[in-house]
Ligand binder design. Sequence first.
Ligand SMILES: Cc1ncc(COP(=O)(O)O)c(C=O)c1O
Length: 376
Amino acid sequence: MQRRHFLAAAGLAAAPGSLAAARRDFPWADREVYLNCATEHPLPLPAARAMEDYVRAITYGPDKDRARFEGAEIQNRVRDRFAALIGAKPLEVGFVPATQIAENLIVDGLEIAKDGANIVTNDLHYGGSLLNYNRRIEQGLDVRIVKSRDGRIDLRDVERAVDRKTRLIAVALVSNVNGFVEDAPALSKLAHAHGGYLYTDVIQAAGAVPIDVHAMGIDFLACSAYKWLMGGRFGYLYVREDLQGGAMKVKHFGGRSGQPGAGRYQVSTASHVGCACQDEALAYIARLGVENIQKHNQGLHARLRREMPALGFRCLTPEDSPAPISTFQVPDVQKVTDRLRKARVIVTLRGDGQMRVSPSVFNHQGDLDVFLNALS
Ligand SMILES: Cc1ncc(COP(=O)(O)O)c(C=O)c1O
């Protein structure tokens, strides 16, 4: 490889803090071709260092060092950074341990069962959430699961499922199954027209596609940070200001209840190590810019969606999807598993014959060369 190309591929010729230099911040990218960020995103070095600093503080002390990581200042900063990322007001954001816990808090807080109301979701929502809804169906809750057609949810099917007793439309904004992106403004309009609300799980969206909760009409939102928010077992809950405590009641209580805003739904102390990680990870994402991240990722997905079908892998992701995920049908899972293992390429291969590929800011076309060559 020419020196110029080598430097560009390694990001060594690029300005520090720029997207072109991002590879330097992810040492994992040097060890294997990691195309699996929809499962877990590697940590950027600044976030890893923040976690190390915290671990050092609680390992060696002195006690005053803990304040930097456990005090209100860092928590307010992280809350403000996440609020800015999704276009919310700071007091519309609270901390939760993880996405699915937040979804349970919302469903419980809306007292849907008590009022004989219903929930409308769909089969491109996360499997764990569908498990939750199926259990609630067994307990007598009216939950309507709209079926996808050809990898998409047709708004007309949702319209048929919604009625005046619909309290919540619950979806993954970006589907982990195939990267389908929901039309949040249309779903919000539909929910509101029937006196209901819109919840979006944004774990496959936040940090990778632009989100503006107010412009998109999102009433409730949640995510964990270990995917496109680049790390930390840490989670966020957004609740529209005027729904806090009224439409969405506080149903679970603990030492952290009674905080202002969406913080009222936080039951326990948030993870300090997760908060330290997010402090740096969110700053890192803000420096790169979500639009730039999305543009970079779309460049990689355009090639994958164009070249994979010619190699015999049908694309299951809607062609126009701006999501950071491409999913393909795999005719022979064992053969592909063996080839990718040999080439040290990491993707998600599912038993149902589907392969999900999810590169990020540290990947470049050279990684796709390795991946596509392994499959050729
Ligand atoms: C769309 C979606 N929602 C939720 C989850 C799990 O979220 P958590 O572990 O934060 O509850 C995943 C994990 O893969 C996911 O892809």
